[in-house]
Design a protein. Structure first.
Length: 94
């Protein structure tokens, strides 16, 4: 559900926001705010406050992971998906 891959045409999820992509029992949540969790963070590498993201709810694609650039491209709000390897690399959607 990474918006940079969708934008590059490298994802089967292109154009599928709001559509059923899985069984009703499938929900996928990305929550970087869980304290002590592996990969937890309070803000992403573009300064966006971290928040829980429900990517798939009951089989419906509800959100892409994105950063400022891809959020603008898809007319969405940035959702704190920007992660950089270090200060020498540009943030990627992850």
């Amino acid at each position: 559900c990474e918006a940079d891959l969708v934008a590059a045409g490298d994802s089967c999820l292109e154009g599928r926001l709001g559509q059923k992509i899985g069984a009703d029992i499938v929900s996928v949540v990305d929550d970087p705010t869980l304290r002590g969790g592996y990969g937890a963070y309070p803000i992403d590498d573009e300064g966006v406050d971290a928040r829980e993201k429900v990517l798939i709810r009951n089989g419906v694609l509800t959100e892409y992971l994105n950063h400022r650039e891809t959020a603008g491209r898809f007319d969405l709000e940035p959702n704190a998906g920007a992660r950089a390897q270090d200060g020498l690399h540009h943030p990627l959607v992850r």
